[in-house]
Design a protein around this ligand. Structure first.
Ligand SMILES: C[S@@+](CC[C@H](N)C(=O)[O-])C[C@H]1O[C@@H](n2cnc3c(N)ncnc32)[C@H](O)[C@@H]1O
Length: 209
């Protein structure tokens, strides 16, 4: 995995190329995650963070559902700018963070829900995974929820030109299971805007109190 400036450069380049079209992972609404969040029935002021939001409509969809304490983070300023433009005046309802999740400062034990679709799978070494886990544990409240979407086995070994790790729910459970309980999981076949099928795995964990 690239790190630091090289990583940011990679993603800014990706979004400079894809502004006219849609990147491979794009899907109009993140239905798997939205459906689970809806079922959680959290209060609308529960703090939620979307890690690596890209240009997804997740923030808009959560605002439309009534949630009012949203933070969206991405390493790419271009991606954030795209979502802000789409949101128009509603952008002031969201907290925007441009930074690398591995190093960005986040409030301690603040978020009720940590959402990540297709970012953790880029953390391919044990050391990188440990950094991610530490950030997550420092940031998510005890009892809080983690919704993680990664490539599943059978998906391509790269996403956006970068190597990724593909998972089963058991493998994710062995990485997060000490502090989290796996509540549910599902596989979902994503069809890229170019028409290719890719299998994703979504896991919903709850942090032990
Ligand atoms: C494959 S895209 C997924 C975007 C979005 N979650 C979705 O499902 O449509 C990965 C996103 O994570 C961002 N990203 C990658 N590595 C990151 C990191 N270390 N910290 C923060 N954002 C990162 C990229 O800029 C990109 O927008």
């Amino acid at each position: 995995m690239h790190t630091g400036i090289a990583l940011k450069h990679h993603w800014e380049k990706v979004y400079s190329k894809t502004l006219s079209g849609k990147p491979g992972w794009y899907t109009p609404h993140l239905q798997a995650s939205l459906c689970w969040i809806n079922e959680l029935d959290m209060p609308f002021y529960a703090p939620i963070i979307d890690v690596g939001c890209g240009i997804s409509t997740f923030a808009e969809d959560l605002l439309d559902a009534g949630y009012r304490s949203l933070t969206v983070l991405d390493i790419s300023g271009r991606a954030l700018a795209t979502v802000k433009t789409r949101l128009g005046r509603k952008k002031s309802l969201v907290t925007w963070l441009e930074g690398d999740i591995a190093s960005v400062d986040l409030p301690q034990h603040y978020y009720e829900l940590w959402h990540d679709r297709a970012v953790f799978h880029y953390f391919t070494t044990e050391e990188q995974q440990q950094t991610y886990r530490e950030k997550l544990l420092n940031t998510l409240k005890p009892g809080g929820h983690l919704i993680l979407g990664t490539f599943a086995h059978g998906a391509p070994p790269k996403c956006s030109g970068l190597p990724v790790k593909r998972y089963t729910e058991t493998e994710l459970e062995s990485l997060f299971g000490e502090e989290f309980v796996l509540l549910r999981h599902r596989r979902q076949r994503h069809v890229t805007p170019g028409g290719k099928g890719q299998m994703y795995l979504f896991c919903h964990f709850q942090r032990r109190e």
